[in-house]
Design a protein around this ligand. Structure first.
Ligand SMILES: [Zn+2]
Length: 435
């Protein structure tokens, strides 16, 4: 038996219809009420793999810092002990041991054309320094390097620049190296625990954005400064995100075809998930940061159980946190013949974010969007309701219902759940040895 965890990075639930209906046709069970434990890759992946919320595994942003996953027990380590060969095939470079993703062999895939020549730290610093000193004028910076006799560096920069320009001529959506992953997946020594991360639904969305890094429409700094993403950027993303999702979905199906052709599908557990969603202009923002709105934390989740495993139970009105992925993987990998689906559901699930700082970037954060960023937030989903609490400012930012209308009692109840969560989370966060 093998275990495949296929994560389509940055795929929000309301754009995942095509993927989920295709997966249903291929025998997957779809969980419509899945919630990511956070709004970006490191904390959310950490939660899938440790089964803990980010404050308990420690892998998250806080101010200007990003902490690796520090605590808890990674499912890759357990599966390694059970004789599985744990491998990550990733287009997202955050899934590395440097960020606490342990007990994995990591196969990295990224745009080989992104840098034809890799620059050393010294070369990179020199190139940027000359560019800035010469008023962001590439020609003058190049002449300056020529006068200094830095011909080697200059030719590398020139070739890289040509590669960028060539890339910008290609038509989107941007494929990192998804075909390479599909090609390599059958080369893995089995039995294996394979984590795949496809980045096609993650920005940048066009080769133009990728190939012209100074394109003004691709300006996050402006979004932070003004508190709103530029109109052209929002339009661009709204136009291209669905196509990017379409490409990512096709790659998932192609990967499943390869597994099936290789005889690897039937006796495998296959989980298809996303680590978080994406904002496409909601709240004036694009990307995945700061907030815990449904666009950012409600994600697709689908599971195909190995043949011979009987699935019983069900979740009623509960929610499925992506922290449940670890338990699912462990139970099935241990050879359970009868899987009680109810264990994936909880009456109450949470999502959390710690807030970005940008204190080293003070001029950017004049007002507006930066006010949104450096905040600790906790979201709770319970029954047919959701609440988001801004811990930093001590205010409830969102109360909503799915079907029913929330009243004061509902909000009070949800807020008590948040306080209970914070008590445990903050208490444990400062005494990790307690885990
Ligand atoms: Zn991600």
């Amino acid at each position: 038996m093998n275990v495949f965890l296929i994560v389509v990075d940055s795929l929000r639930l309301d754009f995942a219809g095509e993927l989920l209906s295709g997966l249903k046709r291929r025998g997957f069970r779809v969980y419509e009420r899945a919630v990511a434990a956070s709004n970006w890759t490191i904390p959310s992946f950490g939660s899938m793999l440790t089964g803990l919320y980010p404050s308990l595994h420690g892998g998250h942003e806080e101010g200007d810092r990003v902490f690796p996953v520090r605590w808890g027990d990674m499912v890759s380590c357990r599966l390694g002990e059970l004789g599985f060969h744990p491998v990550v095939l990733t287009e997202n470079l955050l899934l590395s041991p440097a960020y606490g993703f342990k007990c994995f062999e990591v196969w990295e895939y990224f745009n080989w054309w992104f840098f034809v020549f890799k620059l050393s730290r010294e070369e990179y610093g020199r190139a940027i320094g000359e560019f800035v000193r010469n008023g962001n004028n590439a020609v003058r910076a190049g002449l300056s390097l020529l006068r200094q006799g830095r011909l080697g560096l200059l030719s590398k920069l020139f070739v890289n620049y040509l590669a960028y320009r060539a890339v910008a001529l290609r038509r989107g959506p941007v494929d990192r190296c998804s075909r390479c992953i599909i090609r390599d997946v059958t080369k893995i020594k089995t039995p294996a625990f394979v984590v795949v991360n496809f980045m096609e639904a993650h920005e940048p969305y066009t080769y133009t954005e990728l190939g012209t890094p100074y394109l003004p429409t691709y300006d996050f700094v402006e979004m932070f400064r003004e508190g709103r993403a530029p109109r052209e950027l929002v339009d661009l993303w709204r136009r291209w995100y669905p196509r990017a999702v379409g490409l990512a979905s096709r790659r998932v199906f192609e990967l499943l075809d390869v597994l099936e052709d290789g005889g690897l599908l039937d006796d495998s557990l296959v989980v298809v998930a996303s680590d978080h969603g994406q904002l496409l202009g909601e709240f004036g923002l694009v990307g995945h940061l700061a907030l815990l709105s449904d666009e950012l934390v409600r994600v697709p989740l689908a599971v195909r159980f190995p043949s011979g495993v009987e699935v019983v139970g069900g979740g009623g009105s509960g929610w499925v946190s992506n922290t449940a992925v670890k338990r699912l993987v462990l139970e099935v990998a241990r050879g359970v013949r009868r899987f009680d689906e109810g264990v994936l559901y909880s009456d109450v699930v949470f999502s959390e974010t710690f807030g970005l700082g940008f204190t080293s970037w003070p001029r950017v954060c004049r007002d507006g969007g930066c006010r949104l960023l450096p905040k600790r937030r906790v979201a709770v989903y319970k029954g047919d309701f959701k609440l988001v609490y801004n811990v930093t400012d001590g205010v409830v930012e969102e109360v909503r219902g799915y079907g029913g209308r929330p009243d004061g009692d509902v909000a009070g109840d949800l807020l008590r759940e948040v306080f209970g969560f914070l008590k445990v989370a903050e208490g444990l966060q400062f005494s990790p040895e307690g885990l």
